[in-house]
Ligand binder design. Structure first.
Ligand SMILES: [Zn+2]
Length: 314
């Protein structure tokens, strides 16, 4: 009998859904993400209790990436689930293992460019993160997890949203748990405001869209969307690619008209791109900072990578 998959939906803030999953294999359970601090208490553990299910002796939790809404609940899960082995990509494990590093490198990384996260938001992120997480298995490539009875899942690097994002895939089921690997045209925040897609590396994010296309999936579960099936899988992947390309085009246009030495350049490019695309009317333009910064970096690399562009010496 195929393993049962339990989908659990928690809440962040007033309205944002955060979906986590448990694949209940015959020998072991696979837990995918843990929500924010409080999600296990409020949603995951009650979902098991309602079904009268108790975790087996072997449990593996894959944390798709180092954002607080994906690892914040791990400490609570560890208390409730025997011998929970945590697994994440090494690049994101370092964010989960030190909340100061997380804030400095993930959420407040543009301080030097004049885009500063306010104290209330930092406090909110820290409380959602719960405690720092010690990651047991630090991935640097793909992994395979066997749950018994022929049920196995692959953990594949799917970077772009973060450096060490992973997705969890069953080839037999043609299903993938995406976390936030690709985000369509955006995602709502805790108050229901549509925010732009969030990525820190343009080429990696586009490659992840392509990777998901090659997997020929029938269904996908993203962390903050309802389940995608059939044609909506393709549509979501197409929207994800379209959004990056549109933001890239808008960043190029903004880059050409905003003086290169303006001290508040990042914020001005964000405002320009935000106005040009008009897709996220209620979001602050600064919610584009990661994507805009990624595209600006790519433009710089693009103009510097050809070794002989200036007749350079071999
Ligand atoms: Zn998320």
């Amino acid at each position: 009998m195929p393993a049962e998959i339990i989908m659990v939906e928690g809440r962040i803030g007033r309205v944002k859904p955060v979906r986590t999953a448990i694949v209940c294999g015959s020998d072991a359970w696979l837990w995918i993400d843990a929500g924010i601090a409080g999600t296990p208490r409020d949603a995951i553990l009650p979902a098991l209790a309602t079904r009268g299910l108790t975790p087996p002796a072997r449990n593996i939790a894959v944390i798709t990436h180092g954002d607080v809404d994906h690892f914040g609940g791990i400490t609570e899960l560890r208390e409730a689930v025997p011998q929970l082995v945590t697994m994440a990509h090494a690049l994101d494990a370092r964010l989960m293992e030190d909340l100061d590093v997380l804030v400095a490198e993930r959420y407040d990384r543009f301080r030097d460019e004049g885009v500063v996260l306010d104290d209330d938001r930092v406090a909110q992120l820290r409380s959602r993160a719960g405690e720092a997480v010690a990651v047991d298995v630090r991935l640097t490539g793909a992994a395979r997890i066997d749950l018994g009875d022929g049920e196995h899942w692959r953990v594949l690097p799917a970077p772009g949203h973060s450096g060490g994002h992973v997705v969890v895939v069953s080839d037999a089921r043609r299903h993938a748990f995406l976390g936030d690997a690709v985000m369509g045209w955006g995602v709502i925040d805790g108050e229901g405001c549509l925010l732009p897609p969030h990525y820190i590396d343009v080429l990696a994010y586009r490659s992840t869209v392509d990777l998901l296309r090659t997997l020929d999936l029938e269904t996908m579960d993203a962390a903050h969307e309802a389940r995608l099936t059939g044609a909506s899988v393709d549509a979501f992947l197409a929207a994800s690619a379209e959004a990056v390309d549109a933001i890239g085009t808008a960043v190029s246009a903004a880059d050409a008209v905003i003086e290169s030495d303006a001290p508040d350049r990042l914020a001005r490019v964000c405002a320009d791109v935000h106005a040009r695309l008009g897709r996220w009317p209620d979001a602050s333009p600064l919610t584009l900072a990661d994507a805009v910064s990624a595209h600006l970096a790519q433009l710089r690399v693009g103009s510097n990578t050809h070794p002989y562009a200036d007749g350079g010496v071999a």
